[in-house]
Design a protein around this ligand. Sequence first.
Ligand SMILES: [Ca+2]
Length: 497
Amino acid sequence: MLVWSEVMMMSTVLRVILCFGIVGLWQLIAADLLLAQSRPPNIVYFIIDELGYYELSGLGHPEHRTPNIDRLAADGVRFTRCLAGGAVCAPTRCALLTGKHAGHMTIRDNGGFDPLKEGEATLGSVFKQAGYATGGFGKWGNGARGTSGVPEKHGFDIFFGYYDQVHAHTFFPRYLIKNSQEVPLAGNTGDPQKGQTFSQYEIFNESKKFIREHKDKPFFAYLCWTPPHGRWGIPESDPSWQLYKDKPWIRDAKIYAAMVNLVDRQVGEIRALLTELGLDQNTIVVLSGDNGAARYFPDDQHPEGIFSPNVDPKTSVKFRGFKGQLYEGGLRVPYMVHWPGRIAGGRVSDHLCYFPDVMPTLGELTGAACPQDSDGLSFAPELLGEKAAGRKQPEHEYLYWEHQQQVAVRQGPWKAIRPARTAEWELYNLTDDISETKNLASQRGDLLAKLKGYAETAHTPDQIGEVYDRALVEKDRNYFENQNTGKAKKKKAGQNK
Ligand SMILES: [Ca+2]
């Protein structure tokens, strides 16, 4: 298959020949046909904040309703063993965006505003250099305003949403950010859970607008949407709220379930838009969670949370741990890829992969040039088939994570984990023991020593980027402290009467 740059060059050559009057009109037509037929695929990349592996109705969840995500999985390839790049929001996004594992990547803490370094390559810059329109919509988390990490310095033509993760802890902010500029949201008073303008509607509308505006050239739409992450609030008129408002749960849990359904509805609308624009066949759609599920709303009857996102609803087998931990429950995410033009659908893949693999994979699928120092391995052969890809699917020698004082290494079925700085290393065989209950460290000391050796090799000291405008950073960072309380809002409203 010709890569995009080769097609562009051939088209240019044909046009030059035409300009010199050597050949006829048919060659100009041929050049345009060549471009139209060989346009590299668009990419729509959903990363849904906190969506748990077993929170899909298609996997049997008894309460969540996700028909559109279920259909995406059924039409494409669903991965059973895709692991997040980190156990919390910012690091996992850094691994995804930069193609590095946790021992090499820039942002390893979840501070919310820590920046990427100046000039650091991301998915945005890779696709920008390949001639794509690049847009991000939702939560960035890899550099606040006033730092070297802002998305518009890392290849994104436009980014709309939240830059600092703390700012993202409300769906009714007074403002969102577009390319580092504040965009006021009408009627929001500073109450984190109520207001007139629901941020996800704005982010969704901007996502659609970007796709529509760039339908005639290749685009990369990074849809890093924040629902169902807390704090929870949703317009009472939303149809998803109507589905759950009478459930016998606490209000936050009802909103959480409604948000899962809301995101699903919006995923369906994005797919419908692609079909309407005639882009469905040549658009790669990826959807995943960002980190392993959080243990939201546990109670006596539901020790794993009301929605038990890390428990298989069909078998009750569970992943150990949750968001923030390097046990499987902190890393396992729903993951699916859909590209009807090139990837045979209706498949479930057990290929072991993680977020650093995404950059080289998308690079191979689109022909975009990627940095050579990625820790990832392309899983394009797994997606396309080894014959179509022209090579066998390689496997990682090892996968690596670190988070705060925790360290984990995976090699095939084996996982070594040190769950705290002072804790002993543990060793599990995940093929036999997905719940990580049988510690084999003492029986397989040889294997544990090998995996610990990988961990020592993988870790390098971390160094974040630069802060240029501390006041601007602090403004979004201290968003909640800077807001009027509900009490102050009432007082102000009273004064205005
Ligand atoms: Ca998250």
